[in-house]
Design a protein around this ligand. Structure first.
Ligand SMILES: Cc1ncc(COP(=O)(O)O)c(C=O)c1O
Length: 496
């Protein structure tokens, strides 16, 4: 606990003799006994701070080449378990060099998969959260208020009427959390008795993220219960097909558990027609979950907000702050429109975690037990930057996607695979004379990764290999967009 003399509950309560003594030398040097705080605190912090600052400034601009690990360090990374204490500053130096030679999504031209920005506020919050290591499984005190406020701010940002929710480790866990709540609602008692032999189903588009399938597997419903439905011309779920699937299943005695709509698919950024999906879900009285792990922050913007009309009707939503809200892994949230579902799915009474009167513990509303104070990152980032800045940053990444699509369209040696809905663009290099374009684009993606000036990844759309770029990094500047295509063209021409 903190300083006894300023504690309003304790006044000047004395600390027992021996415990109050500062038995660390004033400079924080190694203690003589076996105290588990053997660091020279001032020295390691002084060593680390400039290293963090150097990393931050290295993220400001793209690097022409990526560094490699030297042979000595590589050899040390194959060494066995150290038995005796080592030099903390040397170990820190190695850690910094290892990380500097690792691929970081915070670099402005990391455009593969769905990256992030690595906002500095997140680093500060992670440091503080790890320092205090609050126990978020039970009532943690002030941290609970921050957790609640961060959830409310997040819901406000995306325009969702929050009743309850929780921070989780990622979109995968948020989707699973929502589906476990939906399962208990559709099949009451399944928590206790299992899902039983009666068939049940979960509905999503053919391009829903794999985590939805994995979550369904974890609910015990089985992969066979996933109905992956066809796409319209904008790669969105078709509400009429959803309605037909629900009707057919009901007629066949199948219990619909949930519909998972996309709030931005990973492959192309497609946003399902949420209002029309909500109509179908209401008609069939089915849980509607929106997987907005990647795309949902765009709901808060002027230019893309309308795509998410109907979001407020969803029973639950997933949104990852460690993607388009710029923060470090891991920081996702699952938001619920009604109160009580989380406790129905996860609440319990244990001898080692009693409920004080009728107050539930945080762990009664989460899938995880021990979990870090993730929300502090988002809370601090909103406090430091403000929601308007996030909207501005997200708008800029949406502009990058539109700009890249326009450049691709204007160059006959490229083919734009889809019009960007959000910040993802898939395109192919189609130089004259190359017959196997799939092989060419796969080799090209590899060549771009090895080159290192830009980092993107290959993907397949409708069975064809393409290059996929996703703009979620607030450090990417508008001037970089023509450069991205120039690099791809240069390397593509060398291969063709
Ligand atoms: C739409 C969507 N849902 C879920 C996930 C899984 O999120 P996480 O990696 O945070 O578990 C992703 C990851 O990219 C995603 O894009």
């Amino acid at each position: 606990m903190g300083m006894a003399s300023s504690d309003p509950r304790g006044g000047d309560r004395p600390v027992p003799a021996g415990l109050a003594d500062d038995h660390h030398p004033p400079n924080g040097a190694l203690s003589a006994d076996d105290d588990p705080a053997p660091l020279d605190r001032a020295a390691v912090l002084a060593r680390l701070a400039p290293r963090v600052a150097e990393a931050w400034s290295s993220f400001d601009r793209p690097r022409p080449v990526e560094p490699e690990l030297d042979a000595d360090l590589e050899a040390r990374l194959r060494g066995g378990l150290p038995e005796s204490p080592g030099d903390a500053e040397a170990a820190l130096e190695d850690a910094v060099r290892v990380l500097d030679a690792s691929i970081s999504p915070a670099r402005p031209l990391y455009l593969a998969y769905v990256g992030s920005t690595g906002l500095e506020a997140g680093v500060l919050a992670e440091t503080l959260a790890a320092t205090y290591d609050a126990n978020m499984a039970v009532t943690a005190g002030g941290a609970d208020l921050v957790e609640r406020q961060a959830l409310e701010w997040l819901a406000q940002f995306v325009g969702y009427p929050l009743a309850e929710g929780s921070f989780t480790s990622g979109g995968m866990t948020s989707n699973l959390t929502a589906l476990l709540v939906a399962r208990e609602r559709a099949l009451p008692g399944s928590r206790e008795h299992g899902v039983g032999p009666s068939p049940a189903a979960v509905y999503c588009s053919a391009e829903a993220h794999h985590s939805v399938v994995r979550a369904v597997e974890a609910t015990g419903l089985g992969t066979g219960s996933v109905r992956r439905l066809g796409l319209d011309e904008r790669r969105r779920l078709r509400p009429a097909e959803l309605h037909a699937a629900l009707e057919a299943d009901r007629a066949a005695g199948v219990t619909p558990v949930a519909v998972v709509a996309n709030g931005g698919t990973t492959l192309t950024g497609a946003v399902d027609p949420l209002d029309a999906v909500a109509d179908v879900c209401e008609r069939h009285r089915v849980w509607m979950h929106v997987d907005g792990a990647y795309g949902l922050p765009a709901a808060g913007t002027a230019s893309a907000g309308a795509l998410f009309a109907g979001l407020e009707r969803a029973s639950s939503v997933t949104v990852d702050a460690h993607k388009w809200l710029g923060l470090q892994k891991s920081c996702s949230a699952v938001l619920m429109r009604e109160r009580g579902g989380l406790e129905a799915a996860f609440g319990h009474e244990e001898q080692y975690m009693l409920h004080h009167e009728r107050v539930t513990n945080a762990v009664d509303r989460t899938l995880e037990y021990s979990r870090p104070f993730r929300s502090l990152k988002l809370w601090l980032a909103f406090r430091v930057h403000g929601a308007a800045m996030f909207r501005h940053w997200i708008e800029r990444t949406l502009d990058h996607a539109r700009a890249l699509a326009a450049l691709v369209d204007a160059d006959p040696t490229f083919h734009l695979v889809h019009r960007p809905t959000l910040s993802t663009v898939c395109f192919r290099h189609v130089p004259p004379g190359v017959e196997d374009l799939d092989r060419h684009n796969l080799r090209l993606a590899r060549a771009v990764q090895l080159d290192g000036r830009v980092y993107l990844a290959p993907a397949t759309v409708d069975g064809r290999v393409c290059l996929r770029v996703c703009f979620v990094n607030f450090r990417t500047r508008p001037e970089a967009i023509p450069f991205v295509l120039d690099v791809v063209r240069e390397l593509g021409e060398a291969l063709s």
